[in-house]
Design a protein around this ligand. Sequence first.
Ligand SMILES: Nc1ncnc2c1ncn2[C@@H]1O[C@H](COP(=O)(O)OP(=O)(O)OP(=O)(O)O)[C@@H](O)[C@H]1O
Ligand SMILES: [Mg+2]
Length: 495
Amino acid sequence: MNKLGLADMLGHLGSVLASLMFVWAIIQQYFPNNVRNFIDKYSQRFLTLFYPYIQITFNEFTGERFKRSEAYSAIETYLGKTTSMQAKRLKADVIKNNTQPLSLSMDDHEEVADDYNGVKVYWASGKNILKTQTFSFYPSTDEKRYYKLTFHKRHRELILRDYLNHVLKEGKEIKVKNRLRKLYTNNGAQWSHVMFEHPASFETLAMDPVKKQEIIDDLTTFSNGEEFYNRIGRAWKRGYLLYGPPGTGKSTMIAAMANFLGYDIYDLELTAVKDNTELRRLLIETTSKSIIVIEDIDCSMDLTGQRKKESKEEEEESDPAKKPMRPLENDSKTSKVTLSGLLNFVDGLWSACGGDRLIVFTTNHVEKLDPALIRRGRMDKHIELSYCGFEAFRVLAKNYLYLETHELFEKIRVLLGEAEMTPADVAENLMPKTSPVDQEGCLRSLIGALEQAKEEAARKKVEEEEARMKLESPAVKTEEVNVVNSVENGSNESV
Ligand SMILES: Nc1ncnc2c1ncn2[C@@H]1O[C@H](COP(=O)(O)OP(=O)(O)OP(=O)(O)O)[C@@H](O)[C@H]1O
Ligand SMILES: [Mg+2]
């Protein structure tokens, strides 16, 4: 009896559904389009009278068919972090980045909430499937994805004016940070590149923390300074001169800068550039958000005082800025890049071809460089990287040995003040040589090396002093003889 009742009920339900579908099919078929649109429009208006929320849709493709909307991809990136914490169904993609191996986004028909200055907004992902009859080579474009933002209408102004700007800006910034970066090198007038995957960062860079923070602040101000540079009418570029003895971290700092800003690196080999025209072409080909590096600038070109006593035809060149570069001794090709060519390269004229660029020179001999090349405005910031101080040592000890403090630190602090050792040499002594790591053994090895460096420095000083005395002694003797002679002659004059 019961069973029969249930079967009856299901039978009735089935016939009701069938009738409804029949009515819907008749409406679809016989009601003209404009009547249906009319019903749709007014039912929507009626609903919005009681619905206090505003919705904005951001489509993946707008206008140009195959060009992904910038706003959509910025939103996708912006929502990555929130998505990974809130959504239950996620999509993952490999981005092969140092800091983050996967990019996560919401799967279709997911929803997450975001908070902006205490205001709650909701983001939902969705897709429309277009029923196209035409044959397509790009079937994916038939699925139109979108993000829908929903918020209460009383926050309309805040969301439209501030929040959306914030989302787009932040999304773009995260994108720049996450993108794969490139290291370009030039072979003559051609750039070729490999992926840039240097792990250096400002945290691992050993140097005085105050100086380090100053550089980080300078870089941050520069990278956010588009509006400022536009307002004061200057090309958006900044020059850094890094100088100091070998092994003090100049190249490491360039890698840390690139990682910090998320910029590409153009490592320019000047001796391989034929002439100023080639140099200009190379510069024009660089993209924005990049660091153009010329390492060991004093070795790549003759910018020293020696230029005045060079060969005859070079002497004839009255303007020193026009003097050709001296190629490296083993370089068979002659580079005709002149100092003025390089100055043009650095100056606004050529670097004004859009976007932000840092230009970095490194040298071991800052005193040899032509003042014109490194004056402020060209090389805006001069940074000296020097021998390892105690603060720099602490960074290395933390990185290499996981040591924040140790009883031997005090001894090392005193020795670092007395002996000159580069961070590269300190790092080599701290490099673990056994497993498990013998922290104290590494510190003692460093102490040994520092004491040796101190002794060597003292011995060198004595030798230099002796050599100086030897050089001076004949003159002293002559002077003594002259004085004796003049006394013997009864004269008061000394020569
Ligand atoms: N300040 C530093 N912080 C951390 N590591 C450093 C530092 N200086 C040097 N090192 C270590 O020493 C090695 C050599 O450093 P780097 O190549 O940066 O020196 P450099 O100043 O560019 O030398 P050069 O003048 O010979 O080009 C690096 O691999 C790095 O590991
Ligand atoms: Mg270097």
